[in-house]
Each structure stands twice: as C-alpha cells, then as structure tokens.
Design a protein around this ligand. Structure first.
Ligand code: CMC
Length: 392
C-alpha cells in the first residue's frame, strides 16, 4: 500500500540527513565534519576526532581536557563482567565476545539505557568509547590465556589499548611511540564512514528506541562480515595464502573468473570508484611502521604492493573501478604491531564505535526521527486456504 521504490542493497536510497561525514566516491574524498581525513590522520588524534564526530567542532584546550577526563574515567568495566568473559570458550572469536559483551553492557549500566534523558545519551557515548578498548583487549587476553590487564588512565587512548593487549603482570611494559602513533592513526581512519551497513544497522536498531548498548552490539554484528569490516582479516589471510609475488597472476585470474566466488579482499567499494583516501594513508603508515621496526622487506607488504600494481593496470579492475580500500593495508600494520588476524575486525569495531554512537546520537537528538521500516516486493504465494495436516 502506498508508493515505494524497490532498491535492493540500497544502492540509491538516502536513509537519513546527517552532518557528520561526507564522502565523494568519484573524487576519493572523505571529510569528518568538513575536515579532510588526510589532515586529521596526520595532525589530530583519535580522541580529538572522537570529540569532533560527537560534537561537530574541534575542541578547545579546556574542552579537550574535560573530554579526555570523561573518557578515561569510564575505561574500567564492571568487575562482574570478568565472569561474563570467562563464560566463553578460549577459542571464541573476539568479535563473538565483543558482540556479547557490548550487548551485556545494557545489563550493567541501567542509567544509560534511558534514552529519553539527553545527559544519559552523552554518558552512554562516553561509556562506549571508553570501554570498547577494554572489552576488545580482554577478548584478546582471554584467547591467549593471560590475565586481564586493567586500563591505565595516565596513558593515551592507543597506548592504553596496546598495554591492555600486550602487557603481562610479570614485567614492565613500555609502549612504543611508533606503535601507539600507528594504532591511533588506524583508529582515526576507521572512526566513521557515513551510512555503511553497520552504521545503518545501528540507526535501524536505534530507530525503535532500543538502548545504545544494544544498538552498538547490532553494529558489531553487521561489521563482522567479510564484505564489510571482516575484510581486513580476510585480506591478510589472502595475502599470506598468495605468499609470493609469482603467484599473484593466479589469484588475479581467479578474482576475474565469474565461476569462482573468490574476490580480491581489500579491493572495491560501494561508494569509492577511485582510490579510497584511507588506503593511501594506510599504505604510507605501513611503510613508516615497517621501516621503524626494521622489517621493510616484509614479504606480505611486497605481495600487497605488487598485487595493487598489477590490479590497477588490469582491464577488469579498471573497468569496474576497483581500487584498494581501507582494509587492504591495515592488516599489514596490525600484524607488524603483533595482533593476530582475529583481532583485526575487533580493532575496526573499537574505532567505529565512535562513528556509530555519534550517528545514533544525531538520530535520537533529531525531533523528526521516525522508526526505520523498509518495505519489500512480495514474491510468495497468493491467498490460499489452509488444509488440514491429514489432507497434505
Ligand atoms: N574482486 C573481484 N571482483 C570484484 C571485487 C573484488 N574485490 N569487488 C567487486 N567486484 C566486481 C563484482 O564481481 C561485480 O562484477 P559484475 O558487475 O561483473 O557482477 C562488480 O565488481 C561490482 O561489485 P558488487 O559486488 O556488485 O559491488 P558492491 O558495491 O555491491 O560491493 C564490496 C562492494 C566492497 C562488497 C565489494 O567490492 C567486495 O566484495 N570487495 C571485497 C571485500 C572488501 O574488501 N570489503 C571491504 C570494503 S571497505 C571497508 C568496509 O566497508 O568495511
């Protein structure tokens, strides 16, 4: 009933107004609140970018200090959540634990589930941004059988996360500034990307006025798939499977073969029909990190660069406008820092939490907000009469 447009995969449907992130896919432009991603990646920090995405403007010194204090105050998890982690199998995927733990926050922070109170909406945002690194790090610690490391609020956002992942009680852990900088840049590059699948999922969940923790858990679930945030894990696994430069043509041929489901992971994008600007910064960061670590001859980086070069010259990829995306180089950096591939998407989820919660807040703050309710093109049976089971 009523007119509707049929648009599977929402290739041409605008679902919302938003003042947060702008993408021009043909130019390869990405702006957070008007600021080019390249400038933010080089000059800003993830925490400052978080403030910007949430509030619309870059903070003054005093505003930043207050924000930093609020975020660090919320880094600890309710102690009872330790038991929640311990209920999982040791070989659980970190994304499975994160999905559960974030959803479970609804049961630990009841005050912030009241979405009608604007103050609580802000507190929920701070809690999510602050606690996600602790949740992600603990998911990792649990998988390797090491004790949980509690957050340290005198460290920066990225340094604290690295410490929670890699420190052990038996010895002093010194955070490498190179690693912390690279980590922070990865967070910044992943912080928001307008109405992608996971963000739209968060908005759709939130449109029914579900609590913010439940909404972010739905975003984590949507991000997990290999066509979306799971691509970074799939990409590094692919680069390792290719293994050496001489095997690249075989994989390029497979990616082009319509009878083979294989796709080049980390390539192609629904919106970018040009270079993903995040991939460029990521490639440069990969070089910086590997050279500072003295491992420039990293074979995976060599395969990645050669694969990129060959694909960009190949008619198939040119015709379909397939370029490397954000996930193409991020895995190489995360691997160099010491993360297993299973943590890659978890790190993406941690960073994207800022975008998700900013978009959720923008939606709930909007007095015109309505429940999201797509329609369908019905292809099932027409009306028919029920037959008793004895007659079937
Ligand atoms: N390798 C080989 N062929 C591809 C690839 C690829 N990576 N990506 C798209 N194509 C082909 C596809 O087969 C199709 O060909 P045809 O028109 O002949 O049927 C054409 O290009 C258009 O692809 P599509 O799947 O219709 O495009 P889409 O906008 O629905 O999908 C995508 C976008 C990102 C899901 C897709 O490019 C893909 O699967 N890429 C690999 C996974 C990946 O790297 N995902 C990360 C995206 S960026 C970060 C994020 O979102 O989290």
């Amino acid at each position: 009933t009523g007119h509707f447009t049929f648009d599977p995969g929402y290739t041409s449907t605008g679902s919302t107004e938003s003042a947060i992130t702008y993408i021009d896919g043909n130019q390869g432009t990405l702006l957070y609140r008007g600021y080019p991603i390249e400038q933010l990646a080089e000059k800003s920090s993830f925490l400052e970018v978080s403030y910007l995405l949430l509030n619309g403007e870059l903070p003054s010194k005093a505003e930043f200090a207050e924000f930093e204090e609020k975020i660090t105050r919320h880094t600890m998890l309710h102690e009872q959540m330790v038991k929640f982690f311990e209920g999982f199998r040791r070989d659980a995927h970190p994304m499975a634990i994160i999905c559960g733990a974030v959803g479970a926050m609804s049961a630990f922070y009841h005050d912030s589930t009241d979405i009608t109170d604007p103050k609580q909406r802000v507190i929920a945002s701070h809690r999510l941004i602050a606690k996600m690194p602790t949740i992600a790090a603990w998911a990792y610690k649990y998988s390797v059988g090491q004790p949980f490391i509690y957050p340290r609020n005198d460290l920066g956002f990225a340094a604290n996360f690295l410490r929670m992942c890699f420190a052990v009680p038996a010895e002093e852990y010194v955070v490498s500034p190179t690693m912390a900088r690279a980590m922070d840049r990865i967070f910044t590059l992943h912080a928001d990307h307008e109405q992608n699948a996971s963000t739209s999922t968060v908005r759709l969940a939130g449109s029914s006025h579900a609590n913010p923790f439940a909404c972010i858990a739905s975003g984590v679930a949507s991000l997990w798939g290999p066509a979306h945030g799971g691509a970074n894990e799939a990409c590094l696994n692919m680069l390792r499977e290719i293994g050496s430069v001489d095997r690249i043509p075989e994989f390029i041929a497979r990616a082009k073969d319509k009878n083979d489901p294989f796709r080049l992971m980390g390539f192609g994008h629904r919106v970018y029909k040009n270079f993903d600007p995040r991939a460029k910064v990521m490639q440069q960061t990969a070089h910086e990190v590997l050279s500072e670590l003295g491992v420039e001859n990293n074979p995976t980086l060599q395969v990645a660069q050669e694969l990129e070069r060959i694909a960009l010259e190949d008619d198939y990829f040119i015709e379909k406008k397939l370029y490397p995306n954000v996930d193409f180089y991020s895995g190489i950096i995360l691997d160099a820092i010491g993360f297993p591939t299973s943590m890659f998407t978890a790190i993406f989820a941690m960073a994207r939490t800022v975008g998700w919660i900013s978009q959720w807040k923008e939606m709930i703050d909007d007095p015109k907000q309505k429940i999201g309710r797509p329609r369908q093109l019905y292809t099932g049976a027409t009306t028919r009469d029920y037959t008793d089971i004895s007659d079937r």
